[in-house]
Design a protein around this ligand. Structure first.
Ligand code: SAM
Length: 277
């Protein structure tokens, strides 16, 4: 019996010339191609002259059942290729579950790496690229989004986020309010005709988006929090909070404001104030 495998195949994020020769070959060699949207993938296949005899849907809705079915087919000897609508499968796209199933079943899992918007955006953001965290999409619901941003507030590594154009303004508002004056970049429509990168503080980018709008596909890249060694001491945190309270701000808001500006959890400011009392 022939040995099957699963191959994750990266596809372009806009410019079809970014499709690699290996990606084309992997799709030609596959017995079955799993994709998010058959119409979209068929266009890609037609463009590259690839005849797909067996095209199956693997998406957010059927991911669990289909992952098992695909792993079984690979186990039975089929070469299963997985693509998403764009970029790398499994990166803010379906893919994780079938990899887990194949690994568990002892099926070989291979990759044909291709473009990914996160890496493309980070590389040209002008922000530190040596250490970064990829957060995918922030939660849609505002309260959840704010909670998530608060967790990220002390993260020292560069943040990479995906966002849809109609939630961009709201996301930038929350990022500006919770993270303070940090440098950031908006990478829009990368590899496409109107691709661009806007750079500035989060606040400046927010103003710009309000003024000029921002359509299409967008990655937000945000500078990480100041390094711990550069952060204020507890005495300095307490002093800053007291100064704000002296101006009439209530204790809770003063703590939040100081925590945000210093890139520390509010708990640290709270503890610093308690220690002084
Ligand atoms: N799997 C893809 C990857 O590897 O980049 C990501 C898929 S995710 C569903 C789609 C999001 O990726 C978009 O909302 C946008 O945030 C980002 N994205 C995809 N293509 C992009 C492009 N050409 N320019 C900027 N961002 C892009």
């Amino acid at each position: 019996m022939s040995v099957g495998k699963l191959v994750l195949v990266g596809t372009p994020i806009g410019n079809l010339d970014d499709m690699s020769g290996r990606a084309v070959q992997a799709l030609k060699d596959a017995d079955v191609i799993a994709c998010e949207d058959t119409r979209r993938t068929r266009k890609l296949l037609t463009h590259f002259g690839i005849k797909a005899l067996d095209l199956v849907v693997y998406n957010d809705v059927n991911e669990h059942a289909q992952a098992t079915a695909l792993a079984e087919r690979a186990l039975a000897g089929a070469t299963v290729a997985l693509v998403s609508d764009a970029g790398m499968p499994g990166i803010a796209d379906p893919g994780y579950r079938v990899v887990v199933e194949c690994v568990a079943a002892g099926v070989l899992v291979d990759v044909v790496p291709g473009p990914s918007a996160a890496i493309a955006a980070l590389s040209i953001s002008g922000l530190p690229t040596d250490r970064f965290v990829f957060e995918g999409f922030l939660p849609r619901k505002r309260s959840h989004r704010v909670d998530r941003i608060d967790v990220l507030a002390t993260e020292e590594r560069t943040l990479v986020l995906y966002e849809s154009p109609h939630r961009l303004e709201a996301a930038l508002e929350d990022l500006a309010a919770r993270l303070g004056p940090r440098r950031a970049a908006l990478a829009r429509e990368l590899t496409k005709l109107y691709g661009e990168v806007r750079r500035g503080t989060i606040e400046e980018l927010l103003d710009d988006v309000r003024e000029r709008g921002a359509r299409g596909e967008i990655v937000i890249v945000v500078e990480g929090a100041p390094a711990r060694t550069e952060r204020p001491t507890p005495a300095e945190l307490a002093e800053s909070a007291r100064r704000l309270m002296d101006t009439g701000l209530d204790r809770k808001d003063a703590m939040s404001e100081v925590a945000r500006a210093a890139g520390v959890p509010r708990r640290d400011v709270f503890d610093a104030l308690i220690d002084e009392e």
